[in-house]
Ligand binder design. Structure first.
Ligand code: GDP
Ligand code: MN
Length: 386
């Protein structure tokens, strides 16, 4: 789960990271008032959960409260398109009105879950402000990476290595190591998967300040962080994904293709998606109904897929181990009774209680396309989807 910049900065401030004074505003009048309260020139920043806002026109400098109101008027309600939003962009509902900083240097700093290192890695660069992927591609030497052993935790010498690597030496070394330690502590304690400060700036008066902040959290750990979970912004999420979660289907991710999948088990779901691609198709989603013997769960999966207009065929691929094929089959039958299923449904079932499942499907008269194995099912689904 992601949070907004204003939320991320508030959280980082709780960890002792210096951030500029700011206010959130939902209207130009509020933005004007916020600038007046701050009593300084401000930056007006679109609050959407995608980076690259500056390039898309979502970050504007304003010298006076009137200018702040005008800038907010231009940004609020706009559909902001940035390199990270996709072409459809994102509607801006709020702006952050923030005291302008006098920037001397823009740096990059992040802590992220590094699968290859088996722990957390701190990444820094003296080339901040811009796309770190771009720096990595064109100027890899400008990036310093230091992995932290999760058992030992963050060590000051690791902080010093990063600080030196991004040019924070002399007077700035001590505050830099403290800052990196604070960011690491936030990352670890809040079960974040990414804490990114870009740019981290050195101001003209020689202070370190987080000018931007992007935080992503591990969804599987949100149950133990009620404060973070409460920051969820449904407007930033796919409505079908939100609905799936409300229906108890945590393992649903919407994708761009046209073949809806209903599968039990994440590994089987991945294999199913691969096989669809191999057969020349594109999956419309990842959907793991989990190992549950619950007819309603299958019906709910259909509820989601039938609401997705891009789905032109459904592929049900179930290998019953702990899950029972007869329960799934009953779910398919009930879904056809309860919902208006107009699209072709290809079914591949195998495993526990297969015979009973076959009987239920056969006697129901529900018009499903049967397949013996996954390869055949994928080919039939691609054909059915046109
Ligand atoms: P992003 O484009 O979504 O990553 O948004 P940022 O918050 O990183 O802002 C983009 C750029 O605006 C930064 O890299 C800075 O160059 C600039 N910027 C933002 N706030 C200030 C400020 O207070 N003072 C100055 N001089 N520049 C700023
Ligand atoms: Mn940024």
């Amino acid at each position: 789960m992601r949070i907004h910049e204003f939320q991320a900065k508030k959280l980082l401030a709780e960890y002792g990271v210096a951030v500029p004074a700011s206010r959130v505003a939902g209207t130009p009048e509020e933005a004007r008032g916020a600038a007046e309260e701050l009593g300084k020139p401000v930056v007006v920043k679109a609050q959407i959960q995608s980076g690259g806002r500056g390039k898309g026109g979502g970050v504007k400098l304003a010298g006076t409260p009137d200018e702040a109101g005008k800038a907010a008027g231009e940004i609020l309600g706009m559909t902001l398109v940035t390199p990270q939003t996709g072409p459809e962009g994102k509607l801006v509902r709020r702006v952050l009105v923030e005291e302008q900083s006098q920037v001397d240097r823009e740096l990059y700093l992040s802590v992220l879950v590094d699968n290859a290192a088996g722990g957390a890695t701190i990444i820094g660069s003296a080339a901040g402000g811009m796309d770190i992927e771009e720096v990595a591609a064109t100027d890899p030497d400008k990036i310093v990476r230091v992995s932290v052993d999760p058992a030992a935790g963050f060590q000051p010498h690791e902080g010093r290595e990063v600080a030196f690597g991004i040019g924070l030496d002399g007077e700035l070394l001590r505050p830099a190591v403290e800052l990196i330690g604070n960011i690491y502590r936030c990352f670890e304690e809040k079960d974040a998967s990414l804490v990114e400060v870009n740019p981290l700036v050195v101001t003209k008066s020689g202070n370190l300040l987080a000018l931007d902040a992007k935080l992503t959290f591990d969804d599987n750990a949100l149950f133990r962080h009620e404060d973070i979970a409460a920051m969820r912004d449904p407007d930033e999420e796919d409505p079908l994904e939100v609905e799936a979660q409300e229906l108890g289907i945590g393992g649903y991710v919407k994708l761009d293709g046209n073949i809806g999948c209903v599968v039990n088990g994440a590994g089987l779901a991945m294999a199913t998606m691969d096989t669809i691609m191999l057969a020349g198709g594109e999956p419309a989603n990842f959907l793991d109904i989990g190992t549950v013997n619950d007819v309603e769960r299958v019906v709910n999966a259909f509820r989601i897929l039938t609401k997705d207009d891009s789905v032109k065929a459904v592929l049900i691929n179930i290998f019953g181990g702990m899950a029972r094929v007869d329960i799934i089959a009953q779910g398919v039958v009930d879904a056809h009774k309860e919902l208006d299923v107009k699209i072709p449904v290809v079914v591949r079932l195998d495993g526990t209680n297969l015979e009973e499942g076959e009987r239920i499907l056969g006697e129901s008269g529900v018009p499903v396309i049967r397949a013996k194995d996954l390869g055949e099912a994928a080919a039939k689904a691609v054909e059915a989807a046109g």
